[in-house]
Ligand binder design. Structure first.
Ligand code: PLP
Length: 437
């Protein structure tokens, strides 16, 4: 089915549902960026998704570059994943007891991700990161943690410091309700600026439990690291006895089957994951060196648990998704790499044609662009983006049948299902919208 949209973009039903939702859910949503606050206009309410497309309740069709914020890497509602899920449904949705599928997914993750020798499944990226933080604290006996300005590691108290993503999108200060005692041990450095890391380690020698980093930033928009930056981070943490954790909730199984650590050839001590490994069902995971993971209960004393953790449905969707990604010598990644390059290069060229300052980039199925001159190496650079122009661009693209993340500070995601026609359709829409800005 080719990418087409209804001739006139009307969103009456979406508006009605969102009006009702305002009374029922805080801000009408269950996750803040969905409210479209920074781009204006009402959110689009989806009715169904399939392949590269989303269909809203008013009957509009969109080429979707959000992909449920990353999980839909093999395309939405893949027949193969659905069939596996239906077969599992008949056997039950939650056991609360061990199941063999947990071993299967654990083996797949351990095989794929260089740093992971043992893994614990949980239910979200947030859980994965807060549990990994507790683990590194338990392992080192230290309390401080270093993160980077603009990096998001979920909404646990310790990480809600200069946290990018929805926090940056909404221009929120560090969240009220977070006790200052929780964030006092959180130190912040500047992305791609190794001197800022060195200075913090010098001032806190032997006190930092570990470093959390998005090895490619997706929560300040798309910002790649330099390989040298990641390597230096590896050396500094090793020298100090601090644990290095790559938060690969977004990049894991996305920019490469083995994640950013495989792509850049830098192996951390711990890794957090989510999104793709649940194939569209709620999942998270953290893993790393055996001696570190041995502190996790009941092997060790660090407590972490979950009623629905490792549930058979999420394990099934994850397993089938990883199987599809491995297929044909990982052909899906080559496809996504081609498609994102075509898309981003095409949009940047059109930006130039219409006189807009724009910069952007991609790695395999993850991409982004900013409405400002490049390069963008850190959140402080990303803040130069013209957010008012982005809002108009976002609404214009929506009206043309293209669904982009409703924020300047979010990455975009390609899937294996996006065709050449979808990219051409998107570029035609971009030409029209960029001309109108
Ligand atoms: N870490 C990163 C890098 C993320 O991008 C996200 C979510 O977007 C999270 C952690 C939190 O994951 P979740 O939304 O599943 O709690």
């Amino acid at each position: 089915q080719a990418a087409t949209t209804t001739s006139k973009h009307t969103v009456t039903k979406s508006a009605e549902i969102m009006k009702e939702a305002q009374d029922l859910l805080p801000g009408g949503v269950n996750s803040p960026v969905r409210a479209f606050k920074s781009v204006g206009g009402g959110p689009i309410v989806f009715d169904k998704v399939k392949g590269a497309y989303a269909f809203d309740v008013d009957g509009n069709k969109y080429v979707d570059y959000v992909g449920s914020w990353g999980p839909a890497i093999v395309g939405h509602a893949s027949d193969e994943v659905n069939e596996a899920l239906i077969a599992q449904l008949a056997k039950g949705t939650s056991f609360g007891a061990p199941c063999a599928l947990e071993n299967e997914l654990a083996k797949a993750v351990i095989d794929a991700v260089p740093s992971v020798e043992m893994v614990r499944f949980c239910n979200s990226g947030t859980e994965a990161c807060l549990s990994a933080l507790r683990t590194m604290r338990a392992y080192t006996g230290r309390e401080k943690v270093l993160k980077f300005v603009g990096c998001y590691h979920g909404h646990a108290d310790s990480f809600l410091v200069q946290a990018g993503s929805g926090v940056a999108t909404l221009g929120l200060p560090d969240s009220p309700g977070v006790p200052s005692a929780s964030t006092a041990p959180t130190l912040c450095a500047t992305y791609n600026d190794i001197e800022s890391v060195r200075e913090i380690f010098k001032a806190n020698k032997g006190e930092i439990a570990g470093v959390f980093i998005e090895p490619v930033v997706g929560n300040s928009g798309f910002i790649p690291p330099t390989k040298e930056f990641l390597q230096a981070l590896r050396e500094i943490t090793e020298e100090d006895g601090a644990v290095l954790c790559f938060d690969e909730v977004m990049t894991g199984f996305r920019i490469s089957y083995g994640g950013a650590q495989e792509h850049f050839g830098v192996t951390p001590d711990m890794t957090t994951m989510g999104k793709v490994i649940g194939g569209g069902l709620p999942v998270g995971a953290y893993g790393g060196k055996r001696e570190i993971m041995d502190v996790v209960a009941p092997a060790g004393p660090m407590y972490q648990a979950g009623t629905l953790s490792g549930n058979p449905l999420a394990m099934t969707a994850g397993l089938k998704t990883l199987e599809i990604l491995r297929r044909d010598d990982r052909a899906g990644y080559k496809h996504m790499d081609r498609q994102t390059k075509k898309l981003v290069e095409g949009i940047l060229e059109l930006g130039k044609k219409h006189g807009h300052a724009m910069t952007g980039g991609s790695i395999s199925g993850m991409f982004g662009f900013f409405f400002c001159e490049g390069p963008v190496n850190c959140f402080q650079d990303a803040e130069k983006t013209d957010t008012a122009k982005f809002a108009k661009w976002h609404r214009g693209m929506l009206e043309e049948g293209v669904y982009l993340a409703p924020s300047s500070y979010e990455a975009g995601f390609m899937s294996m299902a996006h065709t050449d026609e979808d990219i051409e359709f998107t570029l035609k829409a971009a030409d029209k919208v960029l001309a109108s800005l």
